[in-house]
Design a protein around this ligand. Structure first.
Ligand code: HEM
Ligand SMILES: *[C@@H]1O[C@H](CO)[C@@H](O)[C@H](O)[C@H]1NC(C)=O
Ligand SMILES: *[C@@H]1O[C@H](CO)[C@@H](O)[C@H](O)[C@H]1NC(C)=O
Ligand SMILES: *[C@@H]1O[C@H](CO)[C@@H](O)[C@H](O)[C@H]1NC(C)=O
Ligand SMILES: *[C@@H]1O[C@H](CO)[C@@H](O)[C@H](O)[C@H]1NC(C)=O
Ligand SMILES: *[C@@H]1O[C@H](CO)[C@@H](O)[C@H](O)[C@H]1NC(C)=O
Length: 335
């Protein structure tokens, strides 16, 4: 599960494979695909150029950069609040427990700095996150979509918001549906966006409860019944103890964790989703139907279109526009 020299090849060939979808996505609320057309016409070109460089050096950043946008949008809306550093008087989202596994902050600031050199004080950090997430997916072999832009950056970031707004990996289908509904997203968005777990890795601590202590009985037989038994054995050999192992990583879509594809659904259908939340998609007739259809491997183009559509929807959650918020100078500090 460690990195291999073939990663670069994966990234390069996926460039050629990237499916360019016709941009039928409408503006979300007051966002607009052409928002920077006059004020920073090269914004997309610059982000893409930098993303190619970043992923060539660090291919494993594709997952984290997609996830940053998700965390940004689910906590206080897509307003760049996930990027803010804590101060003496405020504990920011970054320093809440789920943060320990966020990565890629340096890359965001690097791209923001290049954009500010080309068009000073123009592009928001929230928009940078949305564009980086799209390019992370496209450059990993996934769909490409038009990103509505014009988000403004928020001036608040509170650690305690993450616990109430971000779904935990232990969530069941009821909790997941509730937390997505709270953001204006439906069951379709839930099952489609969960497909983002085709990219990236997770720390053992995010799922060891399923392997050793599912109900709290804390014995060898206390496992998540929703997890395939032979997969359980394999995960146990990787994550050997229950005690918060926050260093060992497991690929979420083993063997293809750097490639954006529909393979996630094949895993989930075989009861090999890594988190309880992934396996919960089988507990509802609609989401299970989507999982099983995609597990056939025959409808990947449909998944790509669905993913693009749901990402645009998620990218519009709670955005600040017009005169709201600010255009942050440094993504990690409020102006
Ligand atoms: C449905 C509810 C979701 C839950 C409960 C959830 C939970 C998690 C957890 C616990 C991790 C592992 C973090 C770690 O231990 O390093 C993770 C990783 C990840 N998540 Fe999700 N997630 C959800 C939805 C999403 C969505 C909507 C996206 C994007 C569309 C997404 C993209 C990712 C990616 C790309 C990673 C890998 C990050 C890396 O490689 O470091 N997740 N998720
Ligand atoms: C996450 O929070 C911990 C403290 O809870 C802090 O030491 C660490 O630097 C934070 N990580 C990031 C990436 O901000
Ligand atoms: C969350 O934290 C903020 C500031 O850090 C505080 O003002 C607020 O009361 C807290 N909310 C809850 C529900 O604890
Ligand atoms: C989901 O979890 C909640 C909170 O833990 C619990 O009350 C509920 O019964 C669970 N629902 C299902 C369908 O398991
Ligand atoms: C097992 O789970 C229970 C209930 O969640 C918890 O109280 C206990 O601390 C866990 N055991 C370990 C070793 O973490
Ligand atoms: C990892 O877990 C250990 C022990 O539970 C804890 O002391 C440490 O702060 C954790 N590290 C991170 C980065 O969260």
């Amino acid at each position: 599960m460690a990195s291999s020299p073939t990663m670069l090849v994966v990234i390069c060939s996926s460039l050629a494979m990237a499916v360019i979808l016709s941009s039928s996505s409408p503006a979300t609320g007051q966002l607009d695909v052409g928002f920077y057309g006059k004020t920073c016409p090269k914004v997309e070109e610059i982000v893409r150029e930098e993303m190619i460089r970043i992923l060539a050096v660090a291919p494993t950043l594709a997952g984290p950069l997609l996830r940053l946008h998700f965390h940004d949008c689910f906590v206080r809306g897509c307003d760049g609040s996930v990027l803010i550093d804590s101060t003496a008087s405020n504990t920011a989202e970054k320093d809440a427990p789920p943060n320990q596994t966020l990565r890629g902050f340096g890359s965001v600031q690097r791209i923001k700095a290049r954009l500010d050199a080309a068009c000073p004080g123009t592009v928001s950090c929230a928009d940078v996150l949305a564009l980086m997430a799209r390019d992370a997916v496209a450059l990993s072999g996934g769909p490409h979509w038009a990103v509505p832009l014009g988000r403004r950056d928020g001036r608040v970031s509170a650690a305690n918001d993450t616990t109430t707004q971000l779904p935990p990996p232990t969530a069941n289908i009821t909790q997941l549906a509730r937390m997505f509904t709270a953001k204006g997203l439906g069951l379709k968005d839930l099952v489609v966006l969960s497909g983002g777990h085709t990219l990236g890795t997770a720390h053992c601590s995010a799922f060891t409860d399923r392997l050793y202590n599912f109900t709290g009985a804390n014995n060898a037989g206390d496992v998540d019944p929703a997890l395939d038994r032979s997969y359980l054995a394999r995960l146990r050999s990787r994550c050997t103890s229950l005690a918060g192992d926050n260093t060992t990583l497991a690929e979420m879509d083993p063997g293809s964790f750097l490639t954006f594809d529909a393979g996630y659904y094949r895993l989930v259908a075989r009861r090999r989703g890594l988190f309880h939340s992934d396996s919960s998609l089988l507990a509802d007739a609609f989401t299970a139907g989507y999982v099983r259809r995609q597990a056939t491997g025959m409808y990947a183009a449909e998944f790509f279109r669905d993913f693009a559509e749901s990402m645009v929807k998620m990218g519009g959650v709670g955005v600040l526009t017009g005169g709201e918020g600010e255009i942050r100078k440094k993504c990690y500090v409020i102006n």
